[in-house]
Design a protein around this ligand. Structure first.
Ligand code: DSN
Length: 415
């Protein structure tokens, strides 16, 4: 078999792949769930392990030839255990959503009750939105953040749990900028004899680095994504105590998935090794410092932040007061034209729609990976302000695009 590269075989895809690298190099990736994986993680994901079927678990597979698959999966598990201190880790979920599905499938019967945060208040589709099968298969009710403060309403959650008597409470969020008090949610779960699933998808890296408190050892199940703040190979992870290990493993495979994506498991192993290095803690601390600087500068420039700030890697801006005629979608579009890529996002008390929401969500994991510090993030906040103040002004957008290019040139990526 000839050793041909993608450019030799398929120039159209090669062009698109190069275009994507250039896009990431020359624009600011501020989607809070994204990051720039290291070349080592990308190499592992692009390896010959993509060819291998390895249904089962290390030492107990349904196919032969799994010795290297076993090695890689064991390394990923050992490193995840060291990072998070979990008794049992399953590294096979293809995504954070499938990690959540594995917990539901292992522990619930159809019609059982889930209590989770409303999507417009920062929850996630896989926590029981009606458009997701989880919302259709189970009986879901949702709690909210406090309308005044934007912080989780822990007392409201406990009261809701008393009334609804859920089988499981889901915590962990996709657009919640504050530290989560896991014990308070656990108390609410204990008081109604419910299980507790903590989905740390967004903050996996912050938890691993000790920059955000950990739900491991508090919640019954902890799920996460492995490619967001933790910057490892793409996919998901489930952690639990030994008592649930067999149920969770059976729910991932054969319950919900077939062959594990072993090249991605290799990417997880490599990324977890990187996260065990002392530099990763510095990275996680800087990610939070950058988000705080971004938020403070946006607030100084007149924007309203949900909860008035952040403790983690993201800020959620409610545009309704400062820019009543600009939707999150309008802002997202104008900012992308200027080279700043983030997403329009719903906000608590949403008055528009999920397709054209009232807010924008901005994260610092990817900027921090490419070397941005607090001063850079304050500059980015000023650039965001100029664009959102003038979304239809092509001259302003062109000027900001040049400033974005200078910031990118000063912080090169994938050289
Ligand atoms: N799509 C991710 C996010 O942006 O939060 C969650 O799955």
């Amino acid at each position: 078999m000839e050793h041909e590269h993608v450019r030799d075989v398929d120039p159209a895809v090669a062009d698109a792949l190069e275009g994507e690298v250039d896009r990431q190099r020359e624009t600011l990736q501020m989607i809070a769930s994204e990051n720039h994986a290291s070349q080592a993680v990308i190499d592992a994901q692009g390896s010959a392990l993509t060819n291998k079927y390895a249904e089962g678990y290390p030492g107990s597979r349904y196919y032969g030839g799994c010795e290297y698959a076993d090695e890689v999966e064991e390394l990923a598990i050992d490193r995840a255990q060291e990072l998070f201190g979990a008794e049992h880790v399953n590294v096979q979920p293809h995504s954070g959503t499938q990690a959540n599905q594995a917990v539901y499938f292992a522990m619930l019967e159809p019609g059982d009750k889930i209590l989770s945060l409303d999507l417009t208040h920062g929850g996630h589709l896989s926590h029981g939105h009606p458009a997701n099968f989880v919302g259709q298969l189970y009986d879901v009710e949702q709690y909210e953040v406090d309308a005044e403060t934007g912080y989780l309403d822990y007392e409201g959650l406990a009261e809701h749990a008393e009334e609804f008597e859920p089988d499981i409470i889901v915590s962990g969020y996709s657009a919640y900028p504050r530290e989560i008090e896991w014990e308070r949610i656990q108390e609410a779960a204990d008081s109604v004899d419910a299980l507790h699933l903590a989905d740390i998808a967004h903050i996996t890296g912050l938890v691993a680095a000790g920059v955000h408190s950990s739900p491991v050892g508090i919640a019954d199940f902890v799920t996460g994504s492995t490619h967001k703040t933790i910057r490892a190979g793409r996919g998901g992870i489930v952690m639990c105590d030994e008592e649930y290990a067999d149920d969770i493993d059976a729910a991932v495979f054969p319950g919900g998935q077939g062959g594990p994506l072993m090249h991605n498991v290799a990417g997880k192993a490599v990324g977890f090794k990187e996260a065990l290095e002392p530099e990763f803690e510095e990275y996680a601390e800087q990610t939070v410092a950058n988000a705080k600087a971004l938020g403070e500068q946006l607030a100084d420039n007149g924007f309203s932040l949900v909860s008035e700030g952040t403790d983690n890697h993201l800020v959620l801006v409610d545009l309704r007061e400062s820019h009543p005629d600009t939707s999150g979608g309008d802002a997202e579009e104008a900012l992308e034209e200027a080279g700043i890529v983030l997403n329009g996002n719903t906000v608590p008390g949403e008055t528009r729609s999920a397709f054209d929401p009232s807010g924008i969500r901005a994260g610092t994991p990817a900027l921090t990976t490419r070397g941005f510090d607090e001063e850079d993030c304050r500059t980015v906040a000023d650039l965001i302000t100029r664009v959102v103040d003038n979304p239809d002004d092509e001259d302003v957008i062109a000027e900001v695009r040049e400033d974005v290019q200078s910031l990118c040139d000063a912080n090169p990526l994938y050289e």
